[in-house]
Design a protein around this ligand. Structure first.
Ligand code: F6R
Length: 632
């Protein structure tokens, strides 16, 4: 969701901000803007629309000239996408950009209106600029109180303008989540930022400093960064960067160095990030496995996930959102099949409010690419409060979920820029398989030799994925048959069902074709009434022990006029007339059926990708979607 950048240094600030915003485009947005100090005054340029609209506006109005400023891409929550609602917002002597939601904005607005402030936008964010100004211009908390009941209109003691104090006072009043980049008109060589629940990363270059929602925004200039923690404040000025806690006390921060470079965050000759990221899967699966396999078997003892702990676990919950949750379903099937431990996969936004029966004997696995998804973070907190052990399977090191969990497995997909998750899903399921093997071994169900064999097979999926990518023309052909469809279905059984869910999500999110995924045996309990002549039904049919059953379900829909596209192992035979298009995965006979989701999902991703492109959609930036969902 919204992207924040800020810069202080010697470069052309507007260029740095625009460049940073471009790197954050993947987060999803509908408007953009920048504010830059021109001498002692702040000039803001903002507009509804994509960055090319901003670039046009800058060309028409003239680019603000200066070395210090903030920028923003907005994903509308309060108030429609419009020029006025775009950030930055200014009020009084303060200009801000905001990511997140201020839940008590209506109450704050009422108070500030009483105090004589007026507002031009419909956003919750403008209230923050106002409240900052209120405190900055010398009002102290005597006029406000800790709660609405506590407010008084007692005489105000005017304090000297102090940005740090103003921020400290303001954040005490804010309910909800926020990351804020802040300029104070009286300090033309300073950028402030603070956060709660939404990320702010501080880039530390040579006499130049950055704030951003994500590292790619400044990676071109520096690899060194510090992470702002909840409630901390950063002040960047020419002499250096200062970090402060909620009481204004200076804090020392650890400096990290990004272990990937700008190349990895660029398209490298691919037309889209999504295609590039699909191609990276063989490599990142191997890399991730290398990080969790020792002497040919998965070993998690280094993060505290010992065999003893695994033996003691009574139940497992996998909690996540969207694609990460669908990866969790593959994990559930694998852990239950091999380790015979009950696993429940939960949607994080449900888990957090359903008063789940979870406690000390349970292991709660939080799966997330970004590690910043609001509902998954809340689920983590809930699981911890109930005494459960928590394990993060997360792609972004130092993210909230990675840092907040008892144990953390770092998936090594590298930066995933395309909104639709691909390589992150593959590494998530690779880790969950490896976990299933170790689980089964730890519980005495699987001998070490079998764990070794399966681990070698898991490594083998990397080649199988590459084989699927090598045959991408077939996926492109299938896409040409789907591009005019109004609706379609995915069906499958067992692991194929889990994959159907992901294949369907991928396709609908980037093609806008209505797609549903069903357990193949479930269609006739209602949904089959939607099948009519020509409706494509993509049948994932790789699981040999249920193949005959899946074929019966294909025939049921075929009899009602569906066009059947079967995704299956090479050499799978179907009765004549059952299948219209066969996508045979040429992955060899050796690969265990249980592990076929890794190459198969790649085929489904490619079908979704090419269908999107053939429909003239940018698959990297589907409408209405954000990469990192930091609000509920
Ligand atoms: C779909 C997609 C989303 C994410 C979901 C969770 O392609 O990417 O469904 O999987 O928003 O995000 P993370 O994994 O960052 O928690």
């Amino acid at each position: 969701m919204c992207g924040i950048v800020g810069y202080l240094g010697r470069r052309d600030c507007a260029d740095v901000l625009m460049d940073g915003l471009e790197k954050l485009e993947y987060r999803g947005y509908d408007s953009a803007g920048i504010a830059v100090f021109e001498g002692n005054s702040i000039r803001t340029v903002k507009t509804r629309g994509k960055l090319k609209c901003m670039a046009q506006k800058l060309a028409e109005d003239g680019k603000p000239e200066g070395f210090c400023g903030i920028g923003h891409t907005r994903w509308a929550t309060h108030g429609e996408p419009s020029d006025i609602n775009s950030h930055p917002h200014s009020n009084g002597r303060v200009t801000i950009v905001h990511n997140g939601i201020i839940e008590n904005y209506a109450e704050l607005k009422e108070f500030l209106t009483e105090k004589g402030y007026s507002f031009v936008s419909q956003t919750d964010s403008e209230i923050v600029a106002c409240l900052l100004d209120y405190y900055y211009t010398g009002h102290d908390r005597m006029s406000w109180g800790a709660s609405p009941e506590g407010r008084t209109d007692a005489p105000q003691s005017k304090l000297a303008p102090d940005p740090l104090r103003a921020i400290m006072e303001t954040v005490k009043e804010l309910h909800g989540s926020y990351a804020l980049g802040i300029l104070f008109k009286d300090f033309p060589d300073r950028v402030y930022a603070t956060r709660k629940g939404s990320p702010i990363i501080v880039g530390l270059g040579q006499e130049e400093y950055f704030i951003a929602s994500d590292i790619p925004a400044f990676l071109k200039y520096t690899k060194d960064y510090a992470l702002l923690d909840d409630d901390e404040i950063v002040c960047m000025e020419k002499s250096g960067v200062g970090f402060y806690d909620v009481h204004g006390i200076a804090v020392k921060k650890q400096i990290h160095t990004a272990d990937w470079d700008i190349e990895q965050a660029q398209k490298c000759g691919f037309p889209h990030y999504m295609l590039k990221e699909i191609h990276e899967q063989p490599e990142v699966v191997t890399k991730t496995l290398d990080s969790i396999v020792t002497d040919g078997v998965p070993d998690f003892s280094g993060i505290g996930l010992t065999d003893e702990l695994l033996r003691g676990v009574k139940r497992v919950f996998v909690v996540a959102c969207g694609t990460a949750m669908y990866a969790g379903i593959v994990g559930k099937y694998a852990v239950e099949k091999l380790a015979r431990v009950p696993v429940t996969t939960e949607i994080a936004s449900e888990f957090r409010y359903m008063d789940p029966i979870v406690g000390e004997d349970d292991l709660v696995i939080l799966v997330s690419q970004s590690g910043e998804t609001a509902d998954t973070i809340a689920s983590l907190e809930l699981a911890k409060s109930r005494g459960a052990r928590t394990l993060a399977v997360v792609n972004v090191k130092y993210s909230a979920i990675a840092r907040g969990s008892d144990m953390f497995i770092h998936t090594l997909a590298g930066p995933e820029i395309a909104v639709a998750s691909t390589k992150a899903y593959s590494v998530q399921i690779a880790v969950l398989y490896a976990l299933a093997f170790r689980f089964a071994y730890a519980r005495g169900i699987m001998p070490e030799s079998e764990m070794k064999r399966l681990t070698a097979q898991l490594y083998g999926t990397s080649k199988a994925i590459r084989d699927v990518i090598d045959n991408k023309d077939e996926c492109q052909f299938i896409a040409s048959q789907l591009m005019n469809a109004e609706k379609l279905f995915f069906i499958g059984r067992g692991f194929d069902y889990a994959l159907s869910l992901e294949g369907s999500l991928k396709l609908k999110e980037i093609t806008y074709i209505h797609s549903e995924a069903y357990a193949a045996g479930e269609l006739k309990h209602g949904t089959i009434s939607l099948i009519e002549r020509g409706v494509p039904v993509i049948t994932v049919a790789t699981q040999r022990h249920v193949l005959a059953k899946t074929v019966s379900n294909m025939e049921e829909v075929k009899a009602r006029g569906a066009t059947i596209i079967a995704v299956c192992r090479k050499g799978t035979e179907f009765a004549e007339g059952t299948v219209d298009i066969k996508l045979e995965l040429d992955i060899g006979d050796e690969l265990d059926d249980m592990l076929i989701p890794l190459p198969t999902v790649c085929a489904l991703q490619l079908i979704a990708y090419y269908t999107s492109v053939q429909r003239g959609i940018d698959p990297d930036k589907p409408r209405n979607l954000a990469k990192s969902v930091t609000t509920e």
